[in-house]
Ligand binder design. Sequence first.
Ligand code: ADP
Ligand code: MG
Length: 449
Amino acid sequence: MDTHAIWRAVLSDLQLQITEGGYQTFLARTTLVSLTDTQAIIGCSQPMHIGFVEKRYAQAIKQSLQAQIKRDVSLLFTVQSVAPRQKLDGPLFGIKPAPQVSSFTRILSSSRLNPDYTFENFAVSSSNHMAYAAATAVAKNPGTSYNPLLLYGGVGVGKTHLMQAIGSYVLAQKPKAKIMYCTSEEFTNEIIEAIQTKTASSFKRRYRQVDMLLIDDVQFIAGKNTAQEEFFHTFNSIHQTKGQIILTSDRPPDEMVKLEARLRSRFEGGLIIDIGPPDFELRTAIILIKAKHRGIDLPIEAAKLLGQNIENPRKLEGVLIRLLTESQLNKVSITPDLVLRHLGKSSREAAERMSVDPEKAIDVVASYFNIKLSQLKGNKRDGFLAQVRQIVYYILRVELNLSLMSIGELLGGRDHSTILHGVRKITTMVSTNEKVRGDILGIKAKLMG
Ligand code: ADP
Ligand code: MG
């Protein structure tokens, strides 16, 4: 593999591990400048990012790189900017030969929109049809119907995609429209930088005069006072001139604890819609769309297998790319068999990574549900506690691979048949109950933490 391919694989791996905002701000624009037997030189687009990337992400980069090249190398960070077009492309978008940059792509890129995130490429099902309907309504009549539009939901449910689809749609109708997309972390960083370099007035002009402002993952703004203040004025100014504001968040405004009250009331003044986790059919549809879009020949059975086994659409795409690489390297086509082998391998790897101490896993579940260890290990037959206990059994059995006996012992001497019953119950609920599925995913994320 050449350095580009290696780095793309590393980045797609990192994208799954860290927040979207952190990824977009600090890693999306990095490059692998050179790679020798002992050292990797990594280029950051901005000098001021180096220290931060080194401190925050070096460990993750190292692990991921090591997994790709099967050897340990030291990391050296340097400044190296990327050509503007590449900037926009995430790691997952580099496999196709770069198409001729059309003038529309240029327009999209100046608004920082990803050309792949369109309504045409968006699959609709019960979990997202409300959000889709609202998004198309806003796209057709920006600034009039729902303002702001706030989409919220878990990781990978398509918030960023849908939000950007609105922007692309409007630009296709009106190429001169001033549309601005950024994450709330970028917004925060830019305002801080503007204050430091005494360019705050140009920052204000730039943001306050747009026709449409898209702020992604707005939850990160909560608690950051300067950014909230500035955002409040930006919001008002755009709203007054009938500009459209679109926001995404991982939770509804009333659960953003450190959000200023005046911002909360602004957010609540528009339309708030949640997007639920995609079901199996939707996940399969998404993977088929992604494959088609990249010109990958993916049999429906293989797509279904992926849809069954991978919960998060964000991971679907990463897996698809890895499958493609594997099939190209070995000159074989992507069959259900190849998918199965690939899934087997990654679940083994995940299990190895999950070498979590069982006591810690129990703690994590207790704190996730905000209950005391003593309640968890006790015998009170309360419906909620009973279910949390079953979730603990499930995590210990399925994720940590402990035996039923040892799980029983860890939880204050319970019978192995009780454990088995609980594990079975949660296993069924994971595929039928969205709340439970969300809880399990949340707990797993904390365990991997
Ligand atoms: P979020 O912002 O909610 O975390 P993204 O918008 O980044 O999620 O979506 C993650 C990935 O899954 C993207 O590649 C996106 O294109 C894809 N995706 C999610 N939902 C859909 C959908 N309904 N149709 C097509 N692709 C989707
Ligand atoms: Mg997003």
